[in-house]
Every structure is written in C-alpha cells, then in structure tokens.
Design a binder for this molecule. Structure first.
Ligand SMILES: [Zn+2]
Ligand SMILES: [Zn+2]
Length: 183
C-alpha cells in the first residue's frame, strides 16, 4: 500500500484494497490474543488528493469482526466501518530551519502530519492504526446488555437467575439477618 506522490493526478485518485487482517502485524497479534477475529478481509478505500504541499487521504476501512462482549462474554459479529483523514508531508531536512530563539519545535504528531521521505508514502502503518482505533475497546453485544450475575454467573440477558437481589455496599446487612441468642 504505497502512494507514488509524483503519480497523483491533479484531480486526485482513488485507491482500494482488500487485505486479510493478518497482513497487519498488530491486528494479527490481537487475533492471536483472542481480542477479535476478522470474518472478512478488510476493505480499504482511499481518496488521495494533493493539498498544496500536503497529500490528503480520506479513507474508509470496513470489515466484519467477531468480538467478545465485555459484560456477558458471548461472541457476536460487529460491522466495523471507520472514516478517517490523514495528512502526509514530505520530511523537511532539519538543517533548513533557521533556528530562531523563540522557535517552538513541533513534532509531526502534534500538528497531525505524517512525514514521508523521498517520493513514496507507505500507508500500511497509518492504515493499521486506523483499523485498531475502529475496534471497540470495551465491546458490548448491545447497549442494554445486562451482563452476568455476579453470584452464579448466569447470563442475565436470558432472564433472571433466581439469586436473591444484591443490596450492595451495606455493611449492616449481615447484622440484620443474624440470629441473636434469646436473652
Ligand atoms: Zn453482552
Ligand atoms: Zn445468579
């Protein structure tokens, strides 16, 4: 996934790719750790445009990914679709800076730019980062997922489990139920 900058036509260009998840080392590792499992290849659509000295990339990544609900632990399929915008700038040789006293050096990251050298933009790392960002950090099978019963472990989405309702956090609860010896 490379862009040859000098080959970008003035009206811009569209690039599309279909990549297996394992083509991205970080995602491959997430799969191996059981954090997610891609059911489909990852579709990547990129609108590439010159913007003065910068190269602007408007992208969409989409795929179907199997996740584990962080509340009830069932696996479910999630349609992943994530839009993003990236800006790439040619690396400026450091000796070009005049180095004025008050000059504040900004890193590429601070100004939201990704530097490239020579005439080639390598997209893989930036795209991988966007795919990782699009995967929910705390997956939920549904917003209203009731989770598991903390006492018996039953899936409360299937109905109540029959455990006595917990009144959490009252230390006097124990005393109230205690059988005091008759005096
Ligand atoms: Zn759930
Ligand atoms: Zn229960």
């Amino acid at each position: 996934m490379k862009i040859e900058v000098q080959h970008i036509p003035s009206q811009g260009t569209v690039l599309s790719y279909l990549k297996p998840a394992r083509a991205f080392p970080v995602i491959k590792e997430m799969e191996e750790q059981g954090e997610c499992l891609f059911n489909t290849p990852i579709a990547i659509e990129l609108d590439v445009l010159r913007e003065r000295e910068l190269i602007r990339v408007d992208g969409v990544v989409s795929a179907t990914v199997r996740l584990t609900c962080s509340r009830c632990l069932i696996t479910y399929d999630h349609d992943l679709r994530h839009r993003f915008r990236l800006r790439f700038s040619r690396q400026i040789p450091t000796d070009v800076h005049s180095g004025g006293k008050d000059e504040v050096e900004l890193t590429a990251e601070q100004i939201g730019l990704i530097f490239f050298r020579e005439d080639t933009i390598e997209l893989k790392d930036a795209i991988q980062e966007q795919i990782v960002l699009s995967i929910p950090y705390k997956p939920l099978c549904s917003e209203s997922c009731k989770g598991l019963c903390p006492q018996c472990g039953a899936d409360l989405n299937q109905g109540p489990c029959g455990c006595p309702a917990q009144r959490a956090g009252n230390p006097f609860e124990v005393l109230k139920n205690r059988q005091w010896p008759a005096s």
